[in-house]
Write a protein that binds this ligand. Structure first.
Ligand SMILES: Cc1cc2nc3c(=O)[nH]c(=O)nc-3n(C[C@H](O)[C@H](O)[C@H](O)COP(=O)(O)OP(=O)(O)OC[C@H]3O[C@@H](n4cnc5c(N)ncnc54)[C@H](O)[C@@H]3O)c2cc1C
Length: 412
């Protein structure tokens, strides 16, 4: 089991590492521990998932994937990667409504932080969760579902790993569909809204060195008409692209309008390839979708600080939801993502400058990435924050799943 996260910027402080092979073994482990966290695939960039006690990987539990055709759901072992789940449900004629840029992340880890893809009408990945099974701090197995547990369920899905160890996740399915991916170069900023509304899932990449958006990745349903030449003032890419200049495009999902299954087009990166070496840090902020143009204008004055420590900035849209700690709670969102260089000392002051510029938009940070926003600002941006804090105390009164980061943001 790795002792560091994927990016290598977090060395886990745990004293003991565990890889249980059954839920009963896991239950005994949790009941006997006073400090415990789970690690998924380690793709987070902060210490949310770290502990000084027991760090547990669920990768040794049976890799269950059970499709329920009547309910149109799939129940999966928490540690499975989206890419593995996707391949299996696709073989049975189903799809997940959306995926993140990377298929290598675990289902439970992604859901716990409100991980998202893009699309004006697509919620984040946690919105597809219909039920959860988790081991709570007392070692008991708890099952909650959307229909029976209503508002409490909405509080538990984006749970930050703080409410228990999720062992199974049930996800909604939709019929399988095909997607064509096109990349367009040099989008004028004034066309941002038109671009976002133009396809099922749209990502904009900018380097903050030019007023134009460098690349637009449009993932459109295969039956939608191909974009005309000169679409929105752009040039169509005639070879495959990587979002980060100079990186090999062979790591990326097929482009150039070639139709293919949803799970081989919605992520940016292929399951069989390592997207990069991990030499990066990431930050991301969700702001109101309607303010997209103002948000970019607010960042312009710090573009000269951003550009030198940036690999690439990605803009995506996410539909509003009702999940308490979701960055998209009750708010259609623009997600402003930064892939930074791996030089934390150079990056952190720029993160602070970006947060300052975004302040008027009540930014909600991605829970799994680098951020420094003051706890009271994060609390003020999340209408159900106090409800989550109460749930945390109710389900984990002794603080077994507490971490330093949680204590800072949800003080007892
Ligand atoms: C290259 C790259 C690309 C990315 N692309 C995107 C993207 O497109 N969109 C996006 O929103 N984010 C993206 N992320 C961020 C990533 O999706 C999140 O950080 C996600 O939480 C990582 O999942 P993980 O399984 O690696 O979780 P980890 O980092 O291992 O854990 C994340 C959190 O989940 C908790 N957790 C994990 N498993 C369980 C469990 N079984 N029960 C309870 N809690 C659990 C952990 O304790 C921790 O708090 C990307 C990250 C990388 C490195």
């Amino acid at each position: 089991m790795p002792r560091r996260n994927w990016a290598g910027n977090v060395r886990y402080a745990a004293r003991r590492f565990h890889r249980p092979t059954s839920v009963d073994e896991l239950r005994r482990l949790v009941a006997g521990s006073d400090r415990l966290r789970v690690v998924g695939t380690g793709h987070s960039f902060n210490r949310l998932g770290d502990t000084t006690g027991d760090l547990v990987s669920l990768a040794g539990l049976p890799p269950e994937i059970t499709i329920d055709p009547e309910r149109r759901t799939v129940t999966v072992a928490a540690a499975l990667r989206y890419g593995d789940v996707a391949t299996r449900v696709h073989a049975e004629g189903y799809a997940l409504a959306n995926l993140a840029s990377l298929p290598h992340i675990s289902v439970a880890g992604a859901v716990a932080t409100g991980t998202h893809g893009s699309g004006e009408a697509n919620g984040n990945l946690a919105t597809a969760v219909a039920a959860l099974e988790l081991v709570t701090a007392d070692g008991e197995l708890l099952r909650v579902d959307r229909d029976t547990d209503g508002d409490t369920f909405a509080g538990m899905v984006v749970g930050l790993g703080a409410l228990g160890v999720v062992t199974r996740v049930t996800l909604d399915l939709v019929p399988a569909f095909d997607v064509r991916q096109y990349v367009h170069l040099g989008l004028p900023r004034e066309e941002l809204d038109a671009a976002f509304g133009s396809a099922y899932s749209v990502s904009l990449f900018t380097d903050w060195r030019s007023p134009r958006i460098a690349q637009v990745w449009r993932k459109q349903r295969a039956d939608q008409a191909a974009p005309p030449p000169g679409w929105l003032g752009t040039t169509a890419a005639d070879t495959a692209c990587h979002p980060v200049p100079g990186m090999p495009a062979e790591n990326c999902t097929t482009q150039l309008g070639v139709p293919g299954p949803w799970h081989e087009r919605l992520p940016h990166f292929r399951l069989g390839f390592t997207p990069s070496s991990g030499d990066e840090l990431q930050s991301e902020y969700h702001v109101p979708r309607a303010a997209a143009a103002e948000v970019l204008a607010a960042l312009d004055p710090v573009a000269h600080l951003i550009a030198p420590v940036l690999q690439i900035c990605e803009l995506r849209t996410v539909a509003a939801d009702r999940l308490w700690l979701s960055p998209n709670y009750d708010r259609d969102s623009l997600a402003v993502h930064f892939t930074w260089s791996d030089d934390a000392a150079a990056v952190l002051p720029v993160v602070a400058a970006v947060e300052e510029r975004l302040a008027p938009f009540a930014p909600r940070p991605h829970w799994g990435k680098v951020f420094g926003l003051a706890p009271e600002r994060v609390a003020a941006a999340h209408p159900r924050y106090a409800d989550f804090a109460a749930l945390l105390t109710r389900l984990d009164p002794a603080g077994t799943f507490r971490t330093e980061l949680l204590d800072r943001y949800f003080p007892r």
